[in-house]
Design a protein around this ligand. Structure first.
Ligand SMILES: Nc1ncnc2c1ncn2[C@@H]1O[C@H](COP(=O)(O)OP(=O)(O)OP(=O)(O)O)[C@@H](O)[C@H]1O
Length: 874
C-alpha cells in the first residue's frame, strides 16, 4: 500500500487564453515551484490590490487541454489495468467547462472529453493484452437534488438505489444497472444515452447547465486467459462531473433551477468540509454521510484510490472570485492523501485446474518414458476397484503358488522356491497397492475363519488373526471349539504343532464334495481350512494327506476370498458349515458378530454405511433447524429496531425523508441478508428432512435383512435357530431411535427364496446331519490312500449339485476325481486341492504360468458337475 496525494489539474476556458496548466506532483517531491495563476490585473479591470497568488507543488507541464485530457485518461486507465482504483473529478464554477472536460464538446472528435478517451484507452489496452481476459462494465449514476438516479436505466426509481458501506468502510451503490460492454462503441453508446438522461437547466451563465452531479464508473476485471490460473485484478474508475457552484446573484436562477442551485451548493459545501477534514490530521470526524455526493465519493476522497482533481476555472475577470475559490479548493485537495493498493485476487479454481493439467502432463511423460524403456503396465493414476480386485487375485496367486504344495501336487518333492514367478513391481504406487492387497487378503482370511477353530494359524502370519486364538501362554484357545472336534486335535496341539500338521494337508478336499463328517486327524488345524497352502515339512505330508477320507474339510483360502468377492462357491460356504458340524452352537450375539465379520460382512457394511449417512443427515437437519430458528429470532428483533428508527427519523426529518442514518441503513442491509439465508436454510432443511426419512427406511430394511439372513445362516450352520437371548436385534448400535426393535418373530428362519437374499445362506450339510445322526462327528483315522475314487463311481452318472448333498447313506461323499493334462486321473486330494485353487485363480487372472508339477485345467467346469461358476467343481 502506498500513499498518494490527490493531484490537481487546473484547466481554464480557452476563451480566456486557452492555456491549460497541468499540475502534477514530482515523484521525488522535492522542488516547490511557485506559479502565479492570477496576478495583477490581467484584464486590466481589477485593481492591483486584488491580486492573488497560489502556490502549487511541482508544476511539471503546461499543455493544451487535449493533452491534459489524454494524459489524465490514459494514466487512470493504466492504473486500473494494474488493479488500482482511480477517480478523475471536475470541480469548478458553473459554466467553467466541467462537462466539456469530462464528456467533451459536441463539435468534433478532437473535443472529446476524458470519459470517451478513457473508454478508448481501456479497450485499446485490453486488446493489447492477449494473455488476459477482460470484463469491462459500466455504471452511470446521477445525484440530483439529493436523490440517486440511474442514467443507464431511467425506469429505476431513486428508492431502489441505495448506498451501502461495508464494515471496512468500502462504499458501493446497489440497485444500479451494471452494463457489461465488449467494445468501445457499445460503451460510448451507453455514455451518450446516459448523457441525454441527465438533467440540464438554463441560467444566465450556462444555457446547458448540468443540474446534477454525475459519476460514470468503468469497472475492470482482468484474469489470465484460459486455465492458466493466476492473479485476478479488479478495479474501478470513477469519472465525476460535479454540478457547478453558482452565485444566484449571477445566474439569476429562480423556481426549480433555484432550488436545484440550493442542493448543488449545499452538497459542494459539504464536499469542501470533507476535503478540509481529510486534509486536517487532527480532525477525527469527516462528514462523508452528510450528503449523498460525499458518501458515494468516500473512497475517491481518501480511500483506496488514485484521485485527480481537474479544477476548472473561468479566468474572466468577472469570475475572479469563483476562480479564486476554485483554486483554494484545489489547494486544499492537494493536502488529501489516499492509501492505495492494487486490488488483486487469487483465482484458486484456475490454479487447481492448472495443477491438474500439470499432473496429467507429468503422468503422460512418465508413460512415455516407461514405453521407451520397455516398461509396460505401469500405472500412475489411483487404482479403481476393478483393478484392485485384479491385483488381489494376482497377489493371491502368488501367495498360493507355494513350493511345498507344488511339490506335493506333482508328487515329485518340493519345488525350488525360486521357481515361483515373482510379482513384478512397476512403480511405487504398484508396490503400495500390493501391500494393501496383502493386508486386505490377510484381514479377509482372519475374518472368514469359522468361529471355534482351534489353534488356527495363517502360515507366516502372526498378527491378530493368529493371536486372537492363542492364549496368553501361547496355548491354542479352544473354548469356542466343541469338545467333540477339539478332542481330535493333535495331542499337545500347540499352535505350531497344529499348524505344522495342518500344513501337510491339502485344502482342496472341500471342493464341493465335502459335507459330511469332518474327519479330522490329529492336529487338524486351520491350515486346511485356509487353503492348505501352508509350508509344511515334507516329512509330515504323507500322514496328513491321508488324513482326509471324504473331503469334509473347510474351504480353501482362495475359495473363501473369491467367495467374498461374489464369485465364491456354495462349496466354500458348505465347507464352512461342514467345519462347524457338530459344533456346539454359540450364543446368538457371538454368532451374529461372527456372521457380520464373515458371510454377512457386505450387508453389515451396508447397514453401517447407511447408519453413518443417517447420522450425518440428522446432524445436518439439527444444524439447519437451529440456524433457521436463530435467523428468525434475529430477523424479528431487527425488524422491531428498524421500525423504531424509522419512527424517530420521521419525527426528526418529516414524512418522506429518505436519508437513513448508518444504523438504520445497516439494519436494512442485514435484514436483506438474513432473509436470503433464512430461505436457503429452510429449503435445505426440507430436503434434508426427507433424506433423513428415506435413510431411516434404508437402515431398517438393512437391519431386517441382516437379521433374517443371519438366522438362516445360523440354522444352516448349527442346525437350529438361534436362541432368543433377549438381546438387541441390532447389535451394532441398537435399533433406530423412535422405532421399535424387530420382533423376535422376524428372526424366524426363512428360506433364501422367500427372503430374496442376494447371498443365500449355506445349505445345511447333509453330511452334518448324517454325522450328527450317527451321534458324533466322524473321526475316521487318516488314510493315505483312502480318498481315491474314480470319477465314474463318484458321480454315479448323476450330475452332482453344488448343494453338497451326500450321495450315500453312510454319510460319506466320494471325492470327484480329476484328470491331469496327461490324462492321468488325479487321485490325490492334495492335487485336487491345488487344482481347485488354481482353477479359480485362472479364471480370475490371466497369464498364469504353469509350473512344474502344476495341473492344467483341461476340462470345463461343467464337466465337474455342471456348474460354470468358478470353484464349483463337483
Ligand atoms: N475548452 C472549451 N472549448 C470550447 N468551448 C468550451 C470549452 N470549455 C467550455 N466550453 C463551453 O462553455 C460552455 C459551458 O461549459 P460546460 O457546460 O462544460 O460548463 P460546466 O462547468 O459543466 O457548467 P455547469 O456546471 O453549469 O454544468 C459550453 O457551451 C461549452 O461548450
Amino acid at each position: 500500500m502506498t500513499t498518494s496525494a490527490v493531484r490537481v489539474v487546473l484547466r481554464a476556458r480557452p476563451s480566456d487564453g486557452g492555456t491549460c496548466i497541468a499540475f502534477l506532483p514530482d515523484k521525488k517531491g522535492i522542488s516547490i515551484v511557485q506559479q502565479k495563476i492570477i496576478e495583477g490585473r490581467p484584464g486590466g479591470s481589477q485593481p492591483a490590490s486584488q491580486s492573488y497568488q497560489f502556490k502549487f507543488d511541482n508544476v511539471l507541464a503546461s499543455a493544451s487541454q487535449e493533452e491534459v485530457y489524454e494524459a489524465a485518461a490514459s494514466e487512470v486507465v493504466r492504473g486500473a489495468l494494474e488493479g488500482f482504483n482511480g477517480t478523475i473529478m471536475c470541480y469548478g464554477q458553473t459554466g467553467a467547462g466541467k462537462t466539456f472536460t469530462m464528456s467533451g464538446g459536441k463539435q468534433s472528435y478532437k473535443q472529446r472529453g476524458i470519459i470517451p478517451r478513457a473508454l478508448g484507452h481501456v479497450f485499446a489496452e485490453v486488446k493489447a493484452m492477449p494473455d488476459r481476459e477482460a470484463k469491462i462494465s459500466i455504471q452511470y449514476l446521477e445525484i440530483y437534488n439529493e436523490s440517486l438516479y440511474d442514467l443507464l436505466d431511467i425506469t429505476t426509481q431513486p428508492h431502489e438505489i441505495s448506498i451501502y458501506e461495508n464494515s471496512r468502510g468500502v462504499v458501493t451503490v446497489s440497485g444500479l444497472r451494471t452494463a457489461v460492454v465488449t467494445s468501445e462503441a457499445e460503451a460510448l453508446a451507453l455514455l451518450f444515452e446516459g448523457e441525454t438522461n441527465r438533467v440540464i437547466g438554463e441560467h444566465q451563465l450556462n444555457r446547458e447547465s448540468s443540474r446534477s452531479h454525475s459519476i460514470f464508473t468503468i469497472m475492470v476485471e482482468l484474469r489470465p486467459v484460459g486455465e492458466a490460473g493466476g492473479d485476478v485484478l479488479m478495479s474501478r474508475v470513477a469519472l465525476v462531473d460535479l454540478a457547478g457552484s453558482e452565485r444566484v446573484s449571477k445566474t439569476k436562477s429562480e423556481g426549480l433551477v433555484l432550488r436545484e442551485a440550493g442542493h448543488i451548493n449545499k452538497s459542494l459545501s459539504i464536499l469542501e468540509q470533507v476535503i478540509l477534514g481529510l486534509g486536517d490530521k487532527n480532525r477525527d470526524h469527516v462528514p462523508f454521510r452528510s450528503s449523498k455526493l460525499t458518501h458515494v465519493l468516500k473512497n475517491s476522497l481518501g480511500g483506496n484510490c488514485r484521485t485527480v482533481l481537474v479544477a476548472n476555472v473561468w479566468s474572466d475577470m468577472a469570475q475572479t472570485d469563483e476562480t479564486v475559490s476554485t483554486c483554494r479548493f484545489a489547494q486544499r485537495m492537494m493536502r488529501v492523501t489516499c492509501e492505495v493498493s492494487a486490488n488483486v485476487m487469487q483465482d484458486n479454481s484456475a490454479r487447481a485446474r492448472q495443477l491438474e493439467r500439470q499432473v496429467a502432463d507429468l503422468q503422460q511423460e512418465l508413460a512415455m518414458h516407461d514405453a521407451m524403456v520397455m516398461r509396460s503396465g505401469v500405472q500412475y493414476t489411483p487404482y479403481n476397484e476393478a483393478q484392485r480386485t485384479e491385483l488381489r487375485s494376482r497377489v493371491l496367486d502368488f501367495l498360493m503358488a507355494d513350493p511345498a504344495v507344488l511339490g506335493g501336487a506333482s508328487g515329485g518333492g518340493a519345488v525350488a522356491a525360486d521357481s515361483i514367478e515373482p510379482l513384478e513391481l512397476h512403480s511405487l504406487r504398484h508396490m503400495k497397492e500390493i501391500l494393501l492387497a496383502c493386508k486386505h487378503l490377510y484381514r479377509e482370511a482372519v475374518r472368514s475363519a469359522p468361529p471355534g477353530m482351534p489353534g488356527t494359524v495363517v502360515p507366516g502370519l502372526r498378527g491378530p488373526g493368529a493371536a486372537c486364538r492363542e492364549s496368553a501362554t501361547g496355548e491354542p484357545l479352544q473354548a469356542r471349539r466343541p469338545s467333540s472336534a477339539g478332542s481330535s486335535a493333535a495331542p499337545g496341539g500347540t499352535l505350531s504343532a497344529s499348524a505344522t500338521a495342518a500344513g501337510r494337508r491339502p485344502s482342496g478336499v472341500s471342493n464341493g464334495v465335502g459335507g459330511h463328517g469332518i474327519t479330522e486327524g490329529p492336529g487338524v488345524g486351520r491350515m486346511e481350512r485356509l487353503g492348505g497352502a501352508g509350508v509344511a515339512p515334507d516329512d509330515a505330508r504323507p500322514s496328513s494327506m491321508g488324513g482326509i477320507e471324504d473331503g469334509g474339510g473347510g474351504s480353501s483360502l482362495a475359495e473363501r476370498l473369491l467367495s467374498q468377492q461374489g464369485t465364491g462357491t456354495s462349496a466354500a460356504a458348505a465347507g464352512m458349515a461342514a467345519a462347524s458340524a457338530g459344533v456346539v452352537a454359540p450364543d446368538r450375539l457371538t454368532a451374529l458378530e461372527d456372521y457380520k465379520a464373515g458371510p454377512g460382512a457386505l450387508k453389515a457394511r451396508l447397514l453401517a454405511e447407511n447408519r453413518t449417512k443417517l447420522k450425518t443427515s440428522r446432524t445436518r437437519a439439527k444444524e439447519l433447524g437451529l440456524a433457521v430458528n436463530a435467523t428468525k429470532r434475529e430477523l424479528d428483533s431487527l425488524k422491531a429496531r428498524e421500525e423504531e428508527l424509522k419512527r424517530q427519523r420521521v419525527q426528526q426529518q418529516g414524512e418522506g425523508s429518505q436519508v437513513l442514518d448508518a444504523e438504520e441503513f445497516d439494519i436494512l442491509m442485514r435484514i436483506k441478508e438474513l432473509k436470503v439465508s433464512y430461505k436457503e436454510n429452510y429449503n435445505e432443511l426440507q430436503v434434508v428432512k426427507s433424506e433423513v426419512d428415506y435413510t431411516q427406511g434404508l437402515v431398517d430394511q438393512c437391519n431386517k435383512e441382516l437379521l433374517l439372513e443371519f438366522t438362516e445362516w445360523y440354522e444352516a450352520t448349527y442346525g437350529q435357530p438361534p436362541a432368543d437371548d433377549g438381546g438387541d436385534d441390532d447389535t451394532s448400535t441398537g435399533p433406530p431411535r423412535g422405532r421399535s426393535p424387530l420382533p423376535a418373530a422376524a428372526l424366524a428362519p426363512r428360506t433364501a427364496a422367500s427372503t430374496g437374499m442376494r447371498h443365500p445362506a449355506p445349505q445345511p450339510l447333509a453330511a452334518t446331519a448324517g454325522a450328527v445322526a450317527g451321534g458324533r462327528v466322524g473321526l475316521t483315522p487318516p488314510s493315505p490312500s483312502g480318498s481315491s475314487v474314480s470319477a465314474a463311481s463318484s458321480h454315479g452318472g448323476g450330475a452332482p449339485s453344488a448343494g453338497l448333498k451326500p450321495r450315500s447313506g453312510n454319510g460319506k461323499v466320494p471325492l470327484s476325481s480329476l484328470v491331469a493334462p496327461s490324462g492321468e486321473e488325479l487321485s490325490s486330494p492334495q492335487a485336487m486341492a491345488y487344482y481347485n485353487a488354481q482353477q479359480m485363480l485362472l479364471q480370475k487372472t490371466t497369464g498364469v504360468a504353469h509350473r512344474p508339477g502344476s495341473v492344467k485345467k483341461t476340462r470345463p467346469a461343467a464337466a465337474f458337475g455342471g456348474s460354470t461358476r468358478p470353484g464349483v467343481a463337483g
